[in-house]
Design a protein around this ligand. Structure first.
Ligand SMILES: NC(=O)C1=CN([C@@H]2O[C@H](COP(=O)(O)OP(=O)(O)OC[C@H]3O[C@@H](n4cnc5c(N)ncnc54)[C@H](O)[C@@H]3O)[C@@H](O)[C@H]2O)C=CC1
Ligand SMILES: O=C(O)C(=O)CO
Length: 327
């Protein structure tokens, strides 16, 4: 008997066909992403779950007695309660590496857009305000030859560093849990403390996973250290930056701008103060959202799921489950 799989995300027909060769499928057909309560109801028989977004916790697992594998299409997996999954004997897979270059492209795009006020100037032209040359208060900042500070020199951080160095001759500083001499050598990046990075950087890029250690890693005292001209870019997870502190720092002109792909709560509330600031660029969590990369992420998630349901070690078993599989 083929294992029962629930697909909780819209996936391309080609990938659904691949899954159907190996599994018996049911899928979410709603126009909007499946909600927590709906997902809970759908998992009664499922052995495998292909997940786009949303929380997997003990309460949901209670309602999924046959579940063996949760395969998320994402790289980040802070939405999975790993301990609850381990407790129930459910393993998890993710997709590290697949979106690194697309996310890094977007980070550089955000740096350019914020520094050169691209979004604001686009609006200025379209709203018919371009009657003469712009006032000097609208002049931008140079990206080339400036200093970029990357917090989290993992897969994506390294792709950001590569682009910053090779494309824009930037000085690259980084802060990471452990020092990476090989990366320093290959990419010409310099390791420093978080405080040094914040003090010296023109562009500060947050590229960490969200964990208990990184939640609100950037708060009030960190904004006090930044240059008034600094641009903060967050394309990892919203909760790594304390949003209340960010709003206050922007209001007090402690930094000049922010460019955000991610928020503490998503979708971000339309009344959020960040959405009313013209020195803040706000994107709807699209770091990996190119057609090719999203296809590759979903295909990889499907391969992970099929392998795990066959009892094989999936290509991208989440780190925390590795021990339990090998034993
Ligand atoms: N905006 C988007 O669409 C996307 C966002 N992401 C997010 O970006 C995050 C980073 O992705 P990758 O670069 O692939 O991860 P990675 O695991 O390759 O790199 C993370 C780096 O952070 C460091 N780190 C972890 N905890 C730390 C701590 N407490 N202090 C200092 N350094 C610490 C690690 O040593 C590692 O070098 C993901 O976890 C995900 O949440 C990933 C893909 C797309
Ligand atoms: O892959 C991830 O972690 C995302 O945030 C979505 O692309």
């Amino acid at each position: 008997m083929r294992p029962k799989v629930y697909i909780a995300w819209r996936i391309p027909d080609e990938i659904e066909a691949y899954l159907a060769e190996h599994c018996s499928l049911r899928k979410w057909k709603g126009e909007t992403p499946i909600r927590y309560e709906e997902l809970k109801d759908e998992l009664k028989d499922a052995e495998g779950l292909l997940l786009g977004e949303g929380r997997i916790d003990a309460e949901l697992l209670e309602q999924a007695p046959h579940l063996r594998v949760v395969s998320t299409i994402s790289n980040g997996y802070n939405n999975l309660d790993i301990e609850a999954m381990k407790h129930r004997g459910v393993i998890g897979t993710n997709n590290p590496g697949i979106s690194n270059e697309s996310v890094a492209d977007l980070v550089l795009g955000l740096a350019l857009a914020a520094a050169r006020k691209i979004v604001k100037l686009d609006r200025y032209v379209k709203e018919g305000c371009w009657t003469r040359g712009i006032d000097s208060s609208w002049y931008g900042l140079d990206v080339h030859h400036s200093t970029i500070g990357i917090i989290g020199m993992g897969g994506i951080g390294q792709e950001v560093a590569k682009r910053a160095k090779a494309g824009f001759d930037m000085k690259v500083l980084y802060y990471n849990r452990s020092r990476r001499p090989e990366v320093e050598h290959r990419l010409g990046a310099e390791y420093c403390s978080l405080e040094e990075l914040l003090t010296q950087s023109d562009f500060i890029v947050v590229m960490l996973p969200l964990t208990a250690q990184t939640e609100h890693l950037i708060g009030d005292r960190h904004f006090d250290l930044m240059k008034p001209s600094a641009v903060l870019i967050n394309a990892s997870r919203g909760s790594i930056v304390n949003e209340r502190a960010l709003v206050e720092a922007l209001r007090a002109r402690k930094i000049s701008a922010a460019a955000l792909d991610v928020y503490e709560f998503e979708p971000v509330n339309p009344d959020h103060p960040l959405l009313n600031m013209d020195n803040v660029i706000t994107l709807p969590h699209v770091g990996s959202a190119t057609a090719k990369t999203r296809f590759n992420m979903v295909m990889s998630a499907a391969r992970n799921l099929v392998a795990a349901l066959k009892g094989e070690t999936p290509p991208f078993l989440i780190r925390e489950f590795k021990e339990s599989v090998q034993n």
